[in-house]
Design a binder for this molecule. Structure first.
Ligand SMILES: O=c1ccn([C@@H]2O[C@H](COP(=O)(O)O)[C@@H](O)[C@H]2O)c(=O)[nH]1
Length: 277
């Protein structure tokens, strides 16, 4: 999916919601546990209930890997079930020496046909490039993550002498990596729990899409991130996982997930109207 196509979907659905498919076998409603593939059955019902309200789905790969081979089967079935016009994100946080990254890229872009993958920047350009060589696919590079520990390294002050102020490490990640590919192929993860830094992100990457986790269960504010982070193409994919998919645990879980997603979508429609007109 191109950037333009993604923006078209955002305008059509009046939504920049990414539903996180963090499907935990322990949290699946009891009545689904006896089905042949409870994880896929749960995801299928969530997708049916939310597909018209979101523009992306983000399965977090850990939840599937943890189940062994059958987890990968559930993941593949889920991916194949997602409608064509919805952007798919493998939240895998990969990245290794070049030849190993090439195999990760094949796993997620060829074996599984994801549109994008989250990649850790720590090992540098040669660890990210193999993902970028896949035509039509996106890399979503971790920049400023939503967890408290992001302060340990990402907020370390650096001084390369080129900025008016001492940059944090995450700002160097943005400034350096934006030369590796265009904003048609590269996005960044920026946590909603860090709204105080979003202006600094936008100074360095004004046109890129940002994948923003951390609203809902982690306490980030959709209002703040939308006000500070939106650009002329919206430029935001805001993820919510637990608050949507586990809105309820009974037989009506999918309807409740839809209600939770609808609340977020309606708020997003207001912000799109307010900031993009
Ligand atoms: O900085 C990051 C990067 C990734 N995540 C992932 O997003 C979802 C958030 O789930 P919620 O239930 O909405 O909190 C989850 O898959 C994380 O691994 C993140 O939270 N922060």
């Amino acid at each position: 999916m191109t950037k333009e196509e993604l923006f078209t979907q955002i305008k059509k659905k009046q939504s920049y919601l990414c539903v996180g498919l963090d499907t935990d076998i322990q949290k699946i409603p009891a009545h689904l546990r006896n089905t042949e593939d409870p994880v896929f059955e749960f995801n299928r019902r969530i997708i049916d209930a939310t597909a018209d309200l979101c523009v992306a789905y983000k399965p977090n790969i850990a939840f599937y890997e943890a189940l062994g081979p059958k987890g990968w089967v559930s993941l593949e079935k889920t991916l194949n079930y997602i409608p064509e016009d919805i952007f798919t994100i493998a939240d895998a946080k990969r990245g290794d020496i070049g030849n190993t990254s090439e195999l990760y890229a094949r796993a997620f872009f060829e074996n599984l046909n994801f549109d994008s993958i989250t990649v850790a920047p720590y090992m540098g350009e040669d660890s990210v490039k193999p993902f970028l060589l896949k035509t039509g696919k996106w890399v979503i590079l971790l920049a400023l993550t939503s967890n408290p520990g992001s302060a340990d390294f990402q907020l370390l002050q650096t001084d390369d002498g080129t900025a008016d102020y001492s940059r944090c490490l995450f700002e160097n990640v943005l400034a350096t990596s934006k030369a590796w590919a265009s904003d048609e192929q590269l996005m960044y993860v920026v946590g909603a729990t860090r709204p105080d830094f979003i202006q600094r992100v936008r100074e360095i990457v004004p046109d890129h899409f940002l994948l923003v986790p951390g609203v809902g269960a982690q306490g980030g504010s959709l209002a703040e991130i939308s006000r500070l982070g939106m650009n002329q193409h919206c430029g935001l994919l805001v993820n919510s996982s637990r608050n949507i998919i586990y809105a309820a645990s009974g037989p009506d879980f999918a309807e409740q997930a839809r209600s939770a997603a609808l609340l977020v979508q309606q708020e997003m429609a207001d912000y799109l109207n307010q900031y993009l007109g």
